[in-house]
Design a protein around this ligand. Sequence first.
Ligand code: G3P
Ligand code: CA
Length: 243
Amino acid sequence: MKRPLIIGHRGASAYAPENTMASFKKALALGADGLEIDVQMSKDGHLVICHDERVDRTTDGTGAIQALTLKELQKLDAGSWFSKEFKGEKIPVLEDLLDCLRGRNILLNIELKNGIVLYEGLEEKILEALGIYRMEHCTVLSSFNHYSLLKIKGLNPRIKVGILYVAGMVRPWEYARSIGADGLHPIYYSVRPEIVAGAQTHQMPIYTYTVNEISDLEKIAGMEVAGIITDYPDRGRNAVDKI
Ligand code: G3P
Ligand code: CA
């Protein structure tokens, strides 16, 4: 049986401030095979790694990312809210992470955060950055906005995209194929044996999120999914190593 890849959700967000370089480094140190990150766009068109559309929850600032310039965003402390130990962590730009991962055997899952704010040109900019850093081959793009995935496949049919969804989708591989997607990114509790079997038959890898409890990790690790997205890469590693 092929072991699932362990993908650090927003890095190792149980141990370090999510979506910071400290979190990404921690995930890799804990044995993650890949990283899941969230990308938004600043007022002046830079790709920044942040989960929320606003900076309020994860920095010492306030405001919408789309209303702040990169210079304004990078003045913010994105670490202290988590712990004093991380004071001074910055909101990373995508290119910083791509530069750091270039040439390493790491799967990068970029989630486009364009379900609430429809950032003009987000897809094009991400593809351009991946091209510059030659990271297309080891990246999977995902989004809850499936129109965006459709657009990406139109721009670059070779790039891998996966549909993010919650639960209740019937034969998700058929829907995914219909929009040209390459994989399924369901919430973990909707991953049942018949879904795994159908996805395998249709050559659709499953990357499931966000699996944090040890019992859930052990259950999913035994289900032949392609990847497990977790805040605890160490727990994920242990679960997979038991197979
Ligand atoms: O990878 C999927 C997962 O990250 C989606 O949920 O809210 O954590 O971005 P969220
Ligand atoms: Ca995400």
